[in-house]
Design a protein around this ligand. Structure first.
Ligand SMILES: [Zn+2]
Length: 86
């Protein structure tokens, strides 16, 4: 089963509550989408404030996937700035 790609303004939330941007080498987006890698959540339409907030102690709850997750830490190998689509 194939699912459409995530839009660029998506924050992925790992099973360990870490926020990742798309394209991070930690993620296998296709497998997250298909459910092959279970236990992930994500947020579409994410904003710079949300991305920044995770790093400042404001958890970001998952809107899709595993919605019991909240991102509490930001991946340190993802770009520090939120620049979706650039
Ligand atoms: Zn990452």
């Amino acid at each position: 089963m194939t699912t459409p790609p995530f839009p660029p303004d998506t924050i992925l939330i790992s099973p360990r509550s870490m926020a990742h941007q798309l394209g991070c080498w930690h993620n296998d987006e296709a497998k997250v989408r298909s459910g092959e890698h279970p236990g992930w959540g994500w947020v579409h339409g994410a904003t710079a404030e949300q991305w920044k907030g995770v790093g400042e102690g404001r958890p970001l709850p998952a809107a899709h996937g595993d919605t019991s997750l909240s991102a509490t830490v930001r991946c340190t190998t993802c770009p520090g700035e939120w620049t979706p689509g650039s």
